[in-house]
Design a protein around this ligand. Structure first.
Ligand code: PEP
Ligand code: MG
Length: 754
């Protein structure tokens, strides 16, 4: 008698047998029956059964060899019920010598399976989610070997892809199983970049297609895998070696990578999968699925973090297998990019003219991807867990970033209504464009200066289109975030020059590097901190490592080449910090002059007001500064002690509430009294109702994302500032929380477009 499992490793592998059998076509049920028969024969099992999860949640027997055929499509388990439910829940194999004695065993008379003692069940995993269970059983009590478990896992992986790919069941039937890619669905996520788009799904990392799952030549495939793993290990080692220099680097993260990359267990699992007939890519996906299923359930944040590392490592390995992974994909028109998460440079690699929207499983509104999406005006919704399992390439989807939702495979009525909304938005954009050259005066004659926030080269192209009167906040750290390595003096100077060229005489306020917090550079791994938002960031980092800051100041002075220059320091918490920053500017200016380089024709140095401490020391600060800018994103985070990147608290407190508005009013008043120019450059300046409130408080310079300029200008043109100021002043005295509703009522009474 053949040893169980041996057939899989034989000349004609089990996978090949399945594929050949299916090549003949035939009705769906007959194909499923054939698959379980082949597996049973090949594994020398008396029973082989396939269960799949129905869309309603219960798990149904779809095919069996060995159990009573009358049980097919009759036997159903509720989620979590029986051994099948247990495997689905755990997402990993169950290998039992005596299944009927297991506490979770649930006997179904129609199956007559109590005669079978040995039981091996493995989950059908797709993207880390169990969509079904594959089981083999034998009469006699025995424990299946590790090789047998591995074999069945591989078969299950292939089956999962076949089921999802529609190879094993009719389209009708597929609609009703849990992986059903055809049902319309609506998912609620978080809004990362405003707008609405309708288009077709393009997966950022397309999964391995079933046709690529099986290797033609196992020896050659093993060699491919070996070379890719070695290249990956060398890459990680190299990254680690490069960690030296300007910022005191912590090696922790990369060390973990290195540990995983060289991990024998990981490598062996991959090799085993290839030896069993999978392509190297399929092997990576197989092992990845298992890790996801295992670690994805972990509550321990440390373990979940490790899963993240492993995911990244898998992606890197796939890139090595693909050559270098830098194959930029051709996009269809109206592409909606779907990804787990994106790095800052990823979006920029795609053809902007075809990219209409982005959907992410993870991320936060403050993430790099969100920042880039906003800069490019691409609607983006994030925090949609499980999204990648629910869509296939080419699916139609709607990105509704106005409400933070996505509609997968929407029904025609939903498409029609979204098209109307897209049309209305386009009309509004056209109205804003018509206002481009109209100066922003309120109805009672106050001039409001509307400026744009920028940070990427792409922003420069749209500066003129927005009608903004300059750049009120240039986030210099973006160049660092999208670069592969630290931008050198020349690269920095070149960018700043291009910004000034593009502004063509309009003022540009360069903010010095605001790194740390949520803005982490891959090549300058900073030490992990418990509270990064309260940690070593922005000017703190700049003053402690003056070489980096001085290099930037030098580049700014060189780029100005005799033109006016405006420099601003982020997150200043004490007047001493500002004084020290300003002294570095003076040092660099003197350095340039000593070398006969031209000084800027005018040099303004300012501070961002983001730390509440500074609000109470404006009398000391303002005489030292040429201007200030209120960074309300951070100021509100620190005032309300609510992490701006944490969705549970980020929107909990309203800047349109007495304490926040009083602080803003106090800043405005102190600046007016000392004649210090002041702007507001947080996101709230770009939202019409908030901007209305700021104008009412007396601010007359607002800097905002490009998309805010049109709507805010429309508001300004319809605003009577005198009446607005009186109305808002009375609201500052309110004893309750948010006064948003009251401000909205006021705005409506004044016939405002907010
Ligand atoms: C702010 O904090 O309001 C700000 C403009 O800076 P950033 O969003 O870049 O932290
Ligand atoms: Mg800030």
């Amino acid at each position: 008698m053949a040893t169980p499992g041996i057939a899989v490793r034989g000349q004609r592998s089990l996978l090949r047998q399945i594929r050949e059998a299916l090549a003949g076509g035939g009705p769906a049920q007959a194909r499923l029956d054939m698959v379980v028969q082949i597996i049973a024969r090949s594994m020398v099992a008396e029973v082989c059964s396939l269960y799949l999860r129905r869309a309603a949640g219960d798990i149904e027997l779809f095919a069996t060899e060995g159990l009573d055929p009358g049980a097919v499509h009759v036997t159903r388990m509720l989620p979590g019920e029986g051994l099948v439910g247990e495997i689905m829940r755990l997402g990993r194999p169950l290998n039992l010598a005596d299944a009927p004695n297991h506490p979770a065993f649930s006997y179904r008379p129609e199956t007559r399976e109590d005669a079978f003692h040995a039981f091996l069940g493995v989950p059908l995993l797709r993207g880390g989610r169990a969509i079904g269970v594959l089981i083999v059983q034998n009469r006699t009590e025995r424990v299946y070997t590790e090789d047998e478990v591995e074999d069945l896992l591989i078969v299950a992986m292939v089956l999962a892809e076949m089921v999802a790919g529609g190879e094993l069941m009719s389209e009708e039937e597929l609609k009703d199983v849990e992986i059903a890619p055809n049902r319309p669905e609506r998912l609620k996520g978080a809004k990362f970049a405003d707008g609405i788009a309708y288009g077709v799904v393009v997966l950022h990392e397309p999964p391995v297609a079933p046709s690529q799952l099986l290797a033609d030549d196992v020896t050659a495939e093993t060699e491919r895998l070996r070379i890719a793993i070695e290249a990956l290990q060398a890459q990680i080692d190299h990254m680690l070696d490069r960690q030296h220099g300007l910022v005191e680097a912590s090696y922790e993260v990369l060390e973990t990578y290195r540990m995983f990359a060289h991990d024998r267990g990981w490598n062996r699992s991959l090799e085993d999968a290839v030896r069993n007939g999978l392509t190297a890519e399929a092997a990576v996906e197989r092992v990845r699925s298992e890790h996801r299923a295992r670690l994805g359930q972990a509550r321990d944040p440390y373990l979940r973090e490790r899963l993240h590392d492993l995911e990244d490592l898998n992606d890197r390995l796939l890139r090595h297998l693909a050559g270098d992974g830098h194959v930029v994909r051709e996009l269809p028109d109206n592409a909606i990019l779907v990804a787990r998460n994106l790095g800052p440079a990823d979006i920029l690699e795609y053809d902007r003219s075809k990219l209409r929207g982005i959907l992410l499983e993870e991320g936060s509104a403050a993430s790099h991807a969100a920042i880039v999406a906003r800069a490019l005006d691409i609607p983006c919704v994030g925090r949609l867990p499980g999204l990648r399992d629910r869509v296939s390439e080419g699916d139609r989807v709607i990105v509704d970033a106005e409400s933070g939702e996505t509609y997968l495979r929407p029904r025609p009525d939903v498409i029609r209504s979204i098209q109307v909304r897209i049309e209305v938005r386009a009309q509004r954009q056209a109205e804003f464009a018509r206002l481009r050259d109209t100066p922003a005066f309120t109805r009672d004659g106050a001039k409001i200066i509307l400026l744009m926030n920028a940070g990427l080269e792409v922003d420069l192209d749209i500066l003129r289109d927005t009608g903004a009167e300059g750049i009120g906040l240039f986030r210099t750290e973006f160049q660092f975030m999208v670069a592969e390595e630290l931008p050198r003096f020349t690269a920095q100077t070149q960018l700043y020059s291009r910004v000034l060229d593009a502004a063509d005489g309009l003022p540009v306020t360069f903010r010095t590097l605001d790194l740390g917090g949520d803005k982490i550079l891959p090549y300058l791994e900073a030490e992990r901190e418990d509270n990064p938002a309260l940690g070593w960031r922005a000017i703190r980092m700049g003053l402690d490592r003056p070489a980096l800051l001085r290099l930037q100041l030098r580049a700014l002075i060189a780029a100005a080449k005799g033109r006016p220059l405006r420099i601003m320091f982020p997150l200043v918490a004490t007047v001493d910090e500002f004084r020290a920053g300003r002294a570095l500017v003076d040092t660099e200016l003197a350095w340039a002059l000593r070398r006969g380089r031209p000084a800027p024709s005018r040099l303004d140095v300012g501070a961002m007001i983001e730390a509440p401490s500074l609000v109470w020391h404006l009398d000391a600060l303002l005489p030292m500064t040429d201007f200030v800018s209120v960074g309300t994103n951070d100021l509100m985070q620190y005032m309300f002690a609510a992490d701006r990147g944490n969705p549970r608290v980020a929107d909990r407190y309203d800047p349109l509430s007495p304490p926040a508005l009083r602080a803003l009013a106090a800043i405005q008043k102190a600046c007016a009294e000392t004649g210090t120019p002041v702007s507001v450059c947080g996101e709230m300046a770009g939202r019409p109702l908030e901007a209305f409130t700021l104008v009412a408080l007396g601010f007359d310079q607002l800097s905002m994302p490009a998309t805010g300029v049109g709507p805010v200008k429309q508001m300004v043109l319809s605003c009577d500032r005198g009446a607005a100021s009186r109305g808002v002043a009375s609201l500052l005295k309110q004893t309750g929380g948010s006064v948003r509703n009251e401000i909205e009522t006021l705005a409506r009474k004044l016939y405002l477009s907010v």
